[in-house]
Unconditional design. Sequence first.
Length: 294
Amino acid sequence: MRWFASLIAALFLAFPAGAQDRLEIDVALALGIDISGSIDRDEAQMQRSGYVEAFRDPEIRRAILGGNHGRIAVAYYEWSDSWLQKLLIDWTLLDSEAAIQAFADRLEKAPISIARRTSISGAIRYAVPLFGRLPWDASRLVLDISGDGSNNDGGLVTIARHEALERKIVINGLPIMNDRPNPFGFPTEADLNVYYLHCVVGGPRSFVEVARNFEDFPRAVRKKLLQEVAEDFDRNELGVPRAGAQLAQSRPSRRSAASDDYTRYVRPEYALGCDVGERRSREFWQRRFGVTPD
């Protein structure tokens, strides 16, 4: 009987009490929002309002509650410099109309911030341990990065992306085509959507949803969220679901998801190079002020 008791004790150590009782959810969605210096306070408010309106949208609520488990988890943070990320709302379970409404209300009341540089790599790296402490068992881990510029701080974005994909975190993108004058005089990026597609997003069924400007942000957020809480394989060349697609929560096989290599789900190298933001930043500051930023 001693060997039997030892076996039971070993099993309890390997599978502690409660380890098999974690609540299952359809999606764990981390929303990373750009507050760099190219975004003014009005634009920051447009972003915030876009997310608040989206979580109050009846169709999005139906999609959230209509999945296999009928619940998702959401975390909301803002990012700028490589060292600057602010968690506004930690992981929150959205499993009812009341829970979704409370999340939207809380987000609406949170303060608006503005910072300086654009570190998409820092935003991605911040999300990795955020997912690591998720208190529920998610069928999918999805990181959403929205912003109006390419990475120019905190290391190469492709390296950070690879680290996230190794942990089976899908990265989607919402680039904002911002043609408003930059307060520092930094040039706008007409090809930001292509940069996001090749340098930022990755993982199975990853996609880019483009906001044509900040006024278009609420529409883009709504469409993006519907795609992220739904499964659809019929996408165009930018990874966006085609018109008329049916919405249905993802039900991936745990076995296939566990064995799949997410790092292979990336597009070919960007024609201008995924370090284009760093190069543009150095050239701009050198040309205008005769200095190179730290």
